[in-house]
Write a protein that binds this ligand. Structure first.
Ligand SMILES: *Cc1c(COP(=O)(O)O)cnc(C)c1O
Length: 387
């Protein structure tokens, strides 16, 4: 089976991990700050806080921004559930913004309409979490303008988008946001096994996220409330978690990050070849808007179901039977049973519902050979055009 995404591991990656295993620190050693500094240099942010997953990083990002019971957080209707769950972990309520069908990202226009209504009802969000679907940045200039007007914080869920660019700035530089979160799960652009990181240019937010990452406990004299000179002394200041990344993971991350530019280049080239191979098929191909460099985490096509004789499910089953590991990203968050019980309805998110009915993710990762790419295209031709 050609999987839709998978890690690429080099000998340099293996050597980096072995070096940690043979050293003094498996966790809480020098590899984690080294990875954090490398990510800061790469995305041009001032601070980075590594965590054991992007989900954890989203959670401590919300906590650092002071999100709690009684607060509202909005995210995109089409994303992985973690983009919304992070707010619920903090006791806040979640709502969704419908997508722009040309990018699958949160629509800035729909966001503004929803904010105007929310202001009238006194229900403005404390934070908005735009998600850079497939690796293409959201319209951050517009979202930032709305944040200043309506007074909400921005956490970019850039789980798909490390290495991406938005009008000269790197995704993660936080030029248009308070915090940006990346994921290093093996299907993503670069990996640490499990892992995530939050970048920010605010020292206080970085310090708060570090506190929440490690039990809410500190040994920093500047932060401790009670005077003590005992060498073993530490204080718990908040109810934190153990969300730490290990040195084993961080060393893999440093090694993977060194290849980021090549990986992004490779993903862009595959997507360009796909555009050529898929021409003439009953598919709407993904587009990247001017001024944006996508990191191409996912290649999502939308099947023109009215032009073919099969259902999307039949297409997926036929492709899987041929060894083409297609997938669907994502089931709208509001349609999961857990969220249905919170009272969400698909009629409020028509674009997300329409998108979900016909989207299909094709395999895209640096491990694909030209033969794989051509096999995928040929399989699509057969499956979509067969009577
Ligand atoms: C993968 C993903 C996450 C969660 O990442 P983990 O590192 O697996 O916790 C969150 N949001 C989006 C959009 C993702 O794709």
């Amino acid at each position: 089976m050609i999987s839709y995404g998978r890690q690429q591991i080099t000998q340099a990656d293996i050597d980096a991990v072995l070096q940690v295993l043979q050293g003094d620190f498996l966790t809480q050693g020098p590899a984690v700050p080294a990875f954090e500094e490398a990510v800061c240099r790469s995305v041009k942010s001032q601070h980075a806080v590594a965590a054991n997953s992007a989900t954890s990083a989203l959670h401590i990002a919300c906590l650092a921004l002071g999100i709690g019971a009684g607060d509202l957080v909005w995210t995109s209707a089409i994303s992985f559930v973690a983009s919304a769950n992070c707010a619920l972990y903090c006791g806040a309520s979640v709502d969704f913004v419908d997508i722009d069908p040309s990018t699958f990202n949160m629509s800035a226009g729909k966001l503004e309409e929803k904010l105007i209504l929310a202001e009238q009802n006194g229900e403005l969000p404390k934070a908005v979490i735009p998600v850079h679907m497939c690796g293409q940045s959201c319209e951050m200039r517009e979202i930032k303008r709305l944040a200043e007007k309506y007074g909400f914080a921005i956490i970019e869920d850039a789980s798909h988008a490390i290495g991406g660019k938005y009008f000269q700035s790197n995704v993660g530089s936080c030029k248009y946001s308070d915090i940006t979160v990346f994921s290093f799960h093996p299907v993503k652009i670069i990996t640490t096994g499990e892992g995530g990181i939050a970048t920010t240019n605010c020292e206080r937010l970085a310090q708060r996220m570090k506190l929440f990452r490690s039990h809410g406990v500190t040994r920093d004299d500047q932060l401790m409330r009670l005077p003590s000179s005992e060498p073993w002394y530490y204080e718990q200041l908040e109810l934190g978690f153990n969300y730490r990344m290990t040195d084993i993971q961080a060393a893999l991350g440093v090694s993977q990050l060194e290849r980021l530019d090549d990986v992004i280049d490779c993903r862009n080239k595959i997507s360009e070849r796909y555009r050529e191979y898929m021409a003439g098929l009953p598919l709407d191909l993904p587009k990247v808007h001017d001024g944006i460099t996508s990191s191409w985490h996912l290649y999502v096509v939308r099947i023109r179901l009215d032009e073919i004789k099969r259902s999307r499910e039949e297409v997926v089953r036929s492709l899987l039977a041929r060894g083409v590991g297609v997938n669907v990203h994502y089931i709208p968050i509001f349609s999961h049973p857990y969220y249905q019980e919170l009272g969400f309805s698909s009629v409020d998110f028509p674009e997300a519902s329409a998108y979900y009915k016909r989207c299909l993710t094709l395999p895209l990762h640096p491990g694909l050979s030209r033969e794989d790419e051509q096999y995928i295209a040929q399989s699509l031709h057969s499956v979509l055009l067969e009577a």
